[in-house]
Design a protein around this ligand. Structure first.
Ligand SMILES: NC(=O)c1ccc[n+]([C@@H]2O[C@H](COP(=O)([O-])OP(=O)(O)OC[C@H]3O[C@@H](n4cnc5c(N)ncnc54)[C@H](OP(=O)(O)O)[C@@H]3O)[C@@H](O)[C@H]2O)c1
Length: 216
């Protein structure tokens, strides 16, 4: 698939790199320095290039939204018409200093995005995993015990696209149903971050809730 990365920081940079290594065509966009996007594309060692958000969105089969909540409107405006596009969002509705969710607990950032941009086929995914673990999960993807990663969305074909991308990165996708499930996964992402950055187990502990969906 062709995948447009909207926001090429910790999450977008790593996930875009892994999508390229998994064989997808990737366009990195939206950083303050275009040279950083070019370096990401070079280092991805796959079919990757740097572009503007509009170039990333053009002809994309899927988009990854990976910007701070405060940048969502700006990057989506720059991306242009996204009608009918599948968009996987790992963006969390955090305040400016990343201490609190600004949308919770009776709704979620993902639901708010979907109501503001109803023509986008939105899936919420990857926001429950710290970026630090992504490369090691990808490197271990041939092993039988893959860590689980939950995703949700209201558009079934878009959910299938997201599940494929989650699998490509090395996780077992766990379909958590409609987009409103994001009101539970987004606060859960804060627990994950707390375990990853303040607990004693480090980032790996934070995503090792694996295989809870498997029958025993
Ligand atoms: N990091 C994690 O482990 C993690 C885990 C789960 C969810 N999330 C969520 O994922 C989203 C992205 O997080 P992140 O950690 O990847 O953030 P990040 O590293 O700060 O990346 C954000 C990207 O947006 C770009 N950007 C910011 N302001 C800009 C501007 N004015 N013009 C152009 N580009 C601009 C940044 O550019 P520069 O590269 O130039 O800084 C960067 O490429 C957030 O909503 C976060 O809550 C993050």
């Amino acid at each position: 698939m062709r995948i447009g990365i909207l926001g090429s920081g910790l999450m977008g940079g790593k996930l875009g790199t892994l999508f390229a290594r998994a064989g997808h065509e990737v366009v990195f966009s939206y950083a303050r320095n275009h040279k950083k996007l070019e370096k990401l594309a070079r280092d991805a060692k796959g079919d990757a290039r740097a572009g503007t958000p509009a170039e990333a969105a053009q002809d994309a089969d899927a988009l990854l939204l990976a910007v701070h909540w405060s940048r969502v409107d700006d990057v989506l405006k720059q991306a242009g018409d996204l009608s009918g596009k599948v968009m996987v969002s790992c963006s969390l509705p955090m305040n400016a200093d990343d201490t609190e969710l600004v949308v919770a607990h009776t709704s979620s950032g993902s639901e708010e995005l979907a109501s503001r941009f109803p023509k986008i086929r939105l899936v919420s995914a990857f926001n429950t995993v710290p970026s630090e673990v992504l490369f090691s999960v990808f490197e271990a993807r041939a092993q039988p015990a893959r860590p689980s990663l939950v995703y949700c969305g209201d558009d079934l074909p878009a959910r299938k696209v997201a599940a494929g991308l989650i699998r490509d990165v090395g996780f077992d996708p766990v379909d958590a149903g409609p987009l409103r499930t994001a009101r539970y996964t987004e606060p859960f992402a804060l627990l994950i971050a707390r375990l990853a950055y303040e607990g004693e187990g480090g980032p790996e502990l934070a995503y090792r809730f694996e295989r809870f969906d498997r029958p025993r």
